[in-house]
Design a binder for this molecule. Structure first.
Ligand code: EAX
Length: 330
């Protein structure tokens, strides 16, 4: 019996234990999450929230490795990566996503959303969900609407207070046909570029300016190359939390439900951070000698009037009724 125990039983038990441990180790999947901003910026906070929640609530089956600061490429590249399955989760502005899921483009119409409350309630409501539901057919899982913020104009040339002041400015836009058309309607030389290309172009002066929410202007230290900031609030910039179908379809239905829940919470974390950054960001930019111009309601209205030709095209493209449904939503 002793010989049997030492020769056979013990090694058998050890082997069985090894198989169990290996099985458990195998079961844990690392999800690669990419975004373009600094860890303390709004996407960074949302990503960290998701990583922690997935680690805690998906109990050892999944963990998240976060890649900030465009380490995995520009937002368009990262979105492609999610389609191809080389990146599992992506936090991105909706700007470039319109090239993959055209139904998102309606949200990029300037002056469509009155304020944050309006934008958030539309995106978290049936209109927003209907757009997210269009993603699987385009090879993407859109888990939730996060937030980038209302975009404002910066440049190195002159103060902008009226549409005429933007004429001829070489401005970088996102790779987004709606934004490009709007700026070209104002007479801007709009050049679409991925964000990682923008800072060098501003430093070299190949472009005069760009437009982004306060959170991005602060985290990218744009006051170093941009003297003028006009608080245009010309467009609300949603962000999206995307997932690769390859990773999502491997999950159990319970985990698919759970990761959607966690993504919605991560999205809320980005919104809270946007508010923080906006509350303190403008003072910070003032301290770094940026000349900041707030537009009066009449001055904002002048930009809307100047965009009338573009709005006419957008009504044809998206249907005036669909635009009004968003504009009139509570
Ligand atoms: O999502 O490209 C942009 O201007 C975006 O606002 C930025 O990458 C954050």
């Amino acid at each position: 019996m002793t010989l049997f125990r030492t020769r056979f039983l013990k090694p058998l038990i050890a082997a069985a234990a090894l198989v169990c441990i290996a099985g458990m180790a195998q079961a844990q999947t690392t999800l690669k999450l990419g975004h373009g901003l600094a860890r303390e910026a709004h996407y960074g906070v949302g990503a960290a929230y998701m990583a922690k929640a997935i680690g805690e609530r998906m109990s050892g089956r999944y963990k998240v490795e976060v890649f900030p600061d465009f380490q995995l490429g520009g937002e368009r590249e990262m979105t492609e990566g999610a389609q191809l399955g080389t990146i599992d989760i992506v936090f991105t502005s909706s700007g470039p996503v319109g090239n993959f899921v055209p139904d998102t483009l309606i949200t990029d119409i300037p002056f469509l959303f009155r304020d944050y409350q309006h934008a958030r309630s539309v995106l978290d409501g049936p209109i927003g969900q209907a757009i997210l539901d269009k993603c699987p057919a385009k090879g993407l899982i859109c888990l939730a609407w996060a937030e980038n913020g209302f975009r404002h104009l910066t440049n190195s040339k002159r103060e902008v207070a009226a549409p005429a002041d933007t004429k001829g400015l070489k401005l970088r836009t996102m790779e987004n046909p709606i934004h490009m058309q709007a700026f070209r309607t104002l007479g801007v030389q709009a050049t679409p570029r991925a964000w990682p290309e923008v800072l060098p172009a501003l430093q070299q002066g190949t472009i005069d300016g760009q437009e982004n929410p306060i959170g991005v202007i602060v985290s990218a230290k744009l006051s170093q190359t941009q003297k003028y900031l006009t608080l245009t609030g010309h467009v609300y910039s949603p962000a999206m939390i995307l997932m690769s179908p390859a990773a999502y379809n491997k999950m159990s239905p319970a985990d698919q439900k759970l990761i959607r829940e966690i993504a919605r919470e991560g999205a809320k974390a980005t919104r809270t951070r946007v508010e923080d950054l906006e509350r303190n960001g403008i003072d910070e930019l003032k301290k770094s000698n940026m000349q900041i111009r707030t537009l009066s309601p009449a001055e904002k209205a002048a930009f809307q009037t100047a965009l009338t030709p573009a709005f006419t095209d957008f009504a044809k493209r998206f249907g005036q009724a669909n635009i009004e449904a968003i504009r009139n939503a509570k």
